[in-house]
Design a protein around this ligand. Sequence first.
Ligand code: FES
Length: 109
Amino acid sequence: MDDGGDWVRVASAAGLAKGEMKPVEAAGRDLALYHLDDGSWRASDNVCTHAHALLTDGWLEGCIIECPLHAGRFDLRNGAGLGAPIERDLTVYPVRVDGDDVFVLIPPA
Ligand code: FES
């Protein structure tokens, strides 16, 4: 038991090609898992901070995710919103890959 959160397995690494993303669930949260073109992995909340849209229904380009509803964009390296209509940054989560297992660090409730 520590207070740094829990690493939760969310996916098989082989199941998500580079440049792809998919919705996953961890500890009751709806998350988006991204396998970027450069081979790195990212995770974020899947619901846009602007209104209710799933980012995994949008477009992934490099480390930028674009929302399908009003084209708001976020930088997945830090969750920063990139201009209107986004007013609130996106929560991102650390990702670790161990063999074929992809884990996301869920902070304490
Ligand atoms: S709901 Fe995502 S930009 Fe509006």
